[in-house]
Design a protein around this ligand. Structure first.
Ligand SMILES: Nc1ncnc2c1ncn2[C@@H]1O[C@H](COP(=O)(O)OP(=O)(O)O)[C@@H](O)[C@H]1O
Ligand SMILES: [Mg+2]
Length: 270
């Protein structure tokens, strides 16, 4: 069995007017199926990329994959355990959460601006009780900062003192701090300049190698996944329409939608 398995994952949003309004105006319910029966699997230590235009359901899948959002139906299994199993004991749920972390598109929005970088990175270490004494926690934070290419003296700074690329490094250090096995990256470089993008992608790649990390890498940018992914899934309006290795996807796209995506990304050097 694969390390991560999404099985018939479906998520609906109820966009209906309030019941009373609907009743008076005799309007039907409006349900949006943001993610529609999506299945995929990810082998340990590899990267699965989900690509698709804005609104295709990528972030909804990301949120379900970290347990921030419950699927309407279907399931997400990590190492054989169902993330949304209501009977999973609390400790096991917490243990599972520790193993899956997320890096968001906008590090500025996901990093608390009033917290020092050291505290931001230390929080998961404390929350998951990985290290209990203060001195060792600080050492660990220093180690993490160095791993992502920042300096130990950055612990006392605030997020706004950093550039976009550095802030994304802080997010990555925070994600790493719980010693995860899976990292969900939701458009992690979309807010960055192209030159900085490459540096952050290289960092993610070298961390993957070092820690055998498994990535679910979400992006609307095909140029980015061509260098990152072992397998690519193409999402269109909530449905997974095609799944291929990067080589095959770029040389021989099967679906018209994929061709359209490829044509709108002219700068791919594959
Ligand atoms: N909380 C929500 N309530 C209602 N609709 C939502 C919500 N979140 C996302 N959607 C809708 O679900 C669809 C998929 O959104 P999303 O997963 O954010 O796509 P993507 O990340 O690919 O841009 C979009 O049509 C979006 O408007
Ligand atoms: Mg999104």
């Amino acid at each position: 069995m694969s390390f991560v398995q999404a099985k018939d994952l479906t998520r609906e949003y109820d966009l209906s007017d309030p019941f009373i309004v609907r009743t008076i105006a005799m309007r039907p319910k409006r349900i949006l199926t943001a993610v529609d029966n999506v299945s995929f699997s990810i082998e340990k230590g590899t990267t699965y990329a989900l690509v698709g235009e804005s609104g295709s359901g990528k972030s909804t899948i990301a949120k379900m994959a970290v347990g921030l959002l419950k699927p309407t139906s279907g399931s997400l299994l990590v190492d054989g355990k169902n993330l949304n199993d209501p009977f999973l004991p609390k400790e096991e749920k917490l243990a599972l959460r520790r193993r899956i972390q997320m890096v968001f598109q906008s590090p500025y929005a996901s990093l608390n601006p009033r917290w020092k970088v050291g505290d931001i990175i230390a929080e998961p270490i404390k929350a998951f009780r990985l290290i209990n004494d203060h001195a060792s926690q600080i050492n660990r934070v220093h180690e993490l900062l160095e791993q992502v290419g920042l300096s130990t003296s950055d612990v006392n700074k605030f997020p706004h003192e950093f550039s976009g690329g550095q802030r994304q490094r802080i997010s990555i250090a925070r994600a790493l701090s719980s010693e995860p096995e899976i990292i969900i990256c939701d458009e992690p470089t979309s807010a960055l300049d192209v030159s900085v993008q490459a540096q952050v992608l290289n960092l993610l790649k070298s961390l993957q190698k070092e820690y055998s990390l498994t990535y679910l890498f979400i992006t609307h940018d095909l140029a980015v996944v061509s260098t990152m992914a072992n397998k690519i899934g193409v999402l269109n309006q909530g449905k997974l329409v095609e799944e291929q290795t990067p080589e095959n996807l770029f040389s021989n796209p099967k679906k018209a939608y994929t061709k359209m995506l490829l044509n709108s990304a002219p700068n791919i050097n594959f």
